[in-house]
Write a protein that binds this ligand. Structure first.
Ligand SMILES: C[S@@+](CC[C@H](N)C(=O)[O-])C[C@H]1O[C@@H](n2cnc3c(N)ncnc32)[C@H](O)[C@@H]1O
Length: 345
C-alpha cells in the first residue's frame, strides 16, 4: 500500500480518497500485529490464522481478517494453503531483526496517531496538537502512561542503534574518557558507543521515570550510569564528549537554546576545572528538514512536539547552536539521514 508520505513522483497510482482515509485503520492493524508478535511467529514458517490465533490467544475469525487486511498492504504473503508468512519488506517488524522497527510501528500507530486527533487544531493555529488531543504535553503524557513510555523508549532505541554505529566509527573517541548523553533515553545510543570503545564511560541524562526503567534493565553496568536530570538546567560538568541526539527536533528555538546553553555552561565548567585537559566537544546529531519528502516528519514535529517546534534546515540549526555561543567546527552527513554538528564552546 502506498502511504501519504510516499514521493509524489512515484510511478504507483495514488491512493483514492476512501483508501487514504482508511490508512489509519491499516496503521492500527500493523500496531496490533506488532504487539501480538505476529511477525516473529511467521518470519521463518508460514502459519494458518487458526494456528496464530491459538498462539496469540486471539479470536480466530477476527485474527484472520486482520491478517488478510495486512496481506493487502504487503505485510504478509499468503500461500496456496491459506498460510500467512511475513513478507520480505516487513522483516523489520520482527522483534529480533537487527534493524527492528517493531516498537517504532507501535509508537507511531498508537500514541502519535492518538495525538493526530489534534491535527486540525495544529493546522488552524500552528500550535501543537498533542495537548488538545491528549490533555497534556508529550513527555508529561508518557510519564503518566508507563506502557506508552516503555514503547517510546524502545522505539527510540531501535532508531538510535544504527546511528550509534555510524557515530562510533568517526574519529575522536581515543582521547575521550567520559561521554554525557543529554536526553539519552534508555541509553541505546550511548551503549552503542561504549561497546565500540571499551575505554569509554558514559552518563545518560533523562527524565526520572526513563532513567529508573533503563537502569533496572541495564542491571548495574559499571560503565554506564543513568542520571535523572532536567536537561534544560542540570547538565553536569566532567564530560569529554557531550551528545545531543534527536532532542533539539522536539523543541522550539527558545527551549533548544536553553538546553544548548546548559550544555555550554557544563563544558566551560569542565574546561575551567582542569585547564590542561582537552576542551570538551559537543556532537549535535539531528535529522534536518531538507527536502519536500521531509514534510511528513516536520508535520509530525508540529503536531507531537512543543508549540513552536519546526523542522530545521542546516542553516537554522547552525543559527541555534551559535545563538548558544557554541562554535560549529564541522558538519557531516550520516547515511542514516542525520547531520552531525561538531561543536566547541
Ligand atoms: C526524542 S527522544 C530521543 C532519545 C535519544 N536521544 C535518542 O536519540 O534515542 C528525547 C528524549 O528527551 C528526554 N527528555 C525530554 N524532556 C526532558 C527533560 N526536561 N529532561 C531530561 N530529559 C528529557 C525524553 O525523555 C526522551 O528520552
Amino acid at each position: 500500500m502506498r502511504t501519504a508520505s510516499s514521493e509524489s513522483s512515484s510511478s504507483q497510482r495514488p491512493l483514492g480518497p476512501a483508501q487514504l482515509a482508511a490508512s489509519g485503520a491499516f496503521a492500527r492493524a500493523l500496531a496490533v500485529a506488532a504487539r501480538l508478535g505476529l511477525a516473529d511467529l511467521t518470519a521463518t514458517q508460514a502459519r494458518t490464522s487458526i494456528e496464530l490465533a491459538a498462539q496469540t490467544g486471539t479470536d480466530p475469525q477476527t485474527l484472520a481478517l486482520l491478517l488478510r487486511t495486512l496481506a493487502m498492504a504487503g505485510v504478509f504473503d499468503i500461500d496456496g494453503e491459506g498460510r500467512f508468512g511475513l513478507s520480505e519488506a516487513y522483516q523489520p517488524l520482527r522483534g529480533d531483526h537487527p534493524q527492528s522497527q517493531r516498537h517504532v510501528c507501535i509508537l507511531v500507530a498508537e500514541t502519535y496517531d492518538d495525538a493526530f486527533a489534534g491535527l486540525l487544531e495544529t493546522v488552524r493555529s500552528g500550535r501543537s496538537g498533542f495537548r488538545p488531543a491528549l490533555g497534556t504535553s508529550l513527555y508529561d503524557y508518557l510519564a503518566a502512561h508507563p506502557d506508552a513510555e516503555a514503547i517510546f523508549d524502545e522505539a527510540m532505541a531501535e532508531l538510535a542503534r544504527p546511528v550509534a554505529r555510524a557515530i562510533a566509527a568517526r574519529p575522536g573517541f581515543a582521547g575521550a574518557a567520559m561521554a554525557i548523553d543529554i536526553g539519552g533515553g534508555s541509553g541505546a545510543f550511548l551503549r552503542g558507543l561504549l561497546d565500540a570503545h571499551p575505554h569509554l564511560r558514559g552518563i545518560c541524562l533523562d527524565r526520572p521515570s526513563v532513567c529508573a526503567r533503563a537502569a533496572q534493565r541495564a542491571g548495574g553496568d559499571a560503565r554506564l550510569e543513568f542520571r535523572a536530570a532536567d536537561v534544560f538546567s542540570e547538565i553536569p560538568a566532567g564530560g569529554d564528549l557531550y551528545l545531543v541526539k534527536n532532542v533539539l527536533y522536539d523543541w522550539s528555538f527558545d527551549s533548544g537554546l536553553k538546553l544548548l546553553a546548559a550544555a555550554r555552561a557544563a563544558m566551560a565548567q569542565t574546561a575551567a576545572a582542569e585547564p590542561g585537559r582537552a576542551a570538551p566537544r559537543l556532537l549535535v546529531v539531528e535529522p534536518l528538514f531538507e527536502r519536500d519528502s521531509d514534510a511528513p516528519r516536520a508535520l509530525f514535529q508540529k503536531v507531537i512536539c512543543e508549540d513552536g517546534t519546526r523542522g530545521l534546515d542546516e542553516a537554522q540549526l547552525r543559527r541555534l547552536i551559535e545563538a548558544a555561543r557554541l562554535r560549529v567546527l564541522g558538519v557531516e552527513r550520516l547515511e542514516t539521514g542525520h547531520s552531525v554538528f561538531e561543536c566547541a564552546p
